[in-house]
Design a protein around this ligand. Sequence first.
Ligand SMILES: Nc1ncnc2c1ncn2[C@@H]1O[C@H](COP(=O)(O)OP(=O)(O)OP(=O)(O)O)[C@@H](O)[C@H]1O
Ligand SMILES: [Mg+2]
Length: 549
Amino acid sequence: MRERQALFELIKLLELSEDINVLLERLIYHASELMNAQGGLIRLIKDGNLYITATYNIQTDKKVIPLDEGICGMVIKEGKVRVFNKQELEGIELDIPAYSAICIPLKIEEAGGEKVIGTILIYNKLDSEEGLGEFTEEDISLGQLFYKAIGVVWVDNLYTKKPITEQDINFLKGFADQVAAAIENAWIFEKVEKAEKELEMLFNSITDLLYYTDEYYTIKKVNKAFLDKTGKEEKDVINKKCFQILHKTEYPPKNCPHKKAIENKKPAIAEIEENFLEGVYLLSSSPIFDKNGNLIGTINLGRDITELRNLREKIASMEKMAALGELAAKVAHEIRNPLLAIGGFAKRLDKSLQDENLKEYVRVIVDETKRLERILNETLSFVKPYYMGKKPFIINELINDVVNFTDSVLKDKNNELIVEIQEDCPVQGNYDRLKEVLLNIITNANEATQNGKIYLRLKKIGRLPESENLNEEYFVIEIEDTGCGISEENMKKLFTPFFTTKTNGTGLGLAISKRIIEDHGGIISVESELNKGTIFKIYLPVYQKRRSE
Ligand SMILES: Nc1ncnc2c1ncn2[C@@H]1O[C@H](COP(=O)(O)OP(=O)(O)OP(=O)(O)O)[C@@H](O)[C@H]1O
Ligand SMILES: [Mg+2]
């Protein structure tokens, strides 16, 4: 980097400098920088001696030396760039403490050939660990560059006092272009190398499966995630068919995006259920073209979307339920008013009609509209979000209320209700909603039982084993019947909306009850034996009166 910087500056300098002394000062500075040396000086021949013309970072008293003295003298004689290491320098008398040096002859073209007109001397390479280094081959070639650029034009002008011609400038420009091109090449190479490394890193840091294939499904390159996921080593997958490695099959899957990408010369995407890799993958395949526009393969990206797909399915079913609920609520609302009108007018008609046959028909209308109204209300209460105000009360009161309410209905089927209450259980809840639950379940028990017994028990049970809250105390309401029981098949469908085995049922009783109990922080469970009976258990938290209340 430093070299490039120094050379660029030098080139700029060569094109811009008009003052030769400034140029030479800068030149020696740049030459030192470029070769990573401590400093240097330029001497030019004048009247049979070597005069210092420019220095950088070097102090010397010897402003003038004889032509044949020291290392400059040697180089002038030989006319070649020379490197001096510590050993060689030991035998030479030096005016500067030096452990290494490079000396470049400055030459000009003359009619009779080349003529040396001075030297550039660079001292003390800095790049070894102890600060003492040796100049290298590279430094020599850099030195030669200097010699060519500076020696030929500027020093020549300085020495011969010839004016600088346009030709000279063109030469320098040409030289500068050449150097620039050489640097650019080096730069591009470096850049490509860096880009390659970066690409490799990027390739491997991607956590999705990433791989190239040729157009015949042959894997050419894979990333780390690919190897991790397949549990294979690179040598086991390169040059194998992608379907063999990924799907463990001898042919590509039906919806293979690679195949589509090759056929259509366009990117393709598919969701592939992958038994071997255990999951659902979103596989995208993009065609790769060479510089003549020929298709040479695809780059493929595979993302594990199993979780996403599960979530998506869940959301879809939730959305469906919500949409269904909304629809049901709308329909129910639309039906409610006409239904009330039909029921009301039918009742009036019943009163004014004399013909018993006609009266019978009207009664059917009244009964059926009643049934429809009930379905309507249940549907509405199930699908509509509702506000549920809760208050503390004693559940025993509610049970008594329900018992009185259901007494006559139970008698119709000759069922005996046996209530067993151990103690008072306070609850924080919605009285009407909980009453609805008990009525639903007792009604079901009654409907399933003939000439039997229905038990209603209330007791405290302490903590629920599955409850996270260790301090919470629960009570349970058990409703047991000696009725027909529920088949295993039907047990699975219990609590799902609209599941019913009754011709007049809506199948919403249990679904609504479950929701209400859960809204109270409770649990509802059921055990049943066919032709023996069923027991529903409702667990609810006991209301703990706080001290401040
Ligand atoms: N105690 C029980 N004994 C036997 N089967 C029962 C009992 N409770 C519920 N079931 C079964 O569960 C089904 C669903 O009950 P749910 O209360 O949800 O609806 P439903 O009683 O059919 O209609 P409705 O919405 O009018 O209550 C019933 O149709 C019945 O088959
Ligand atoms: Mg019911």
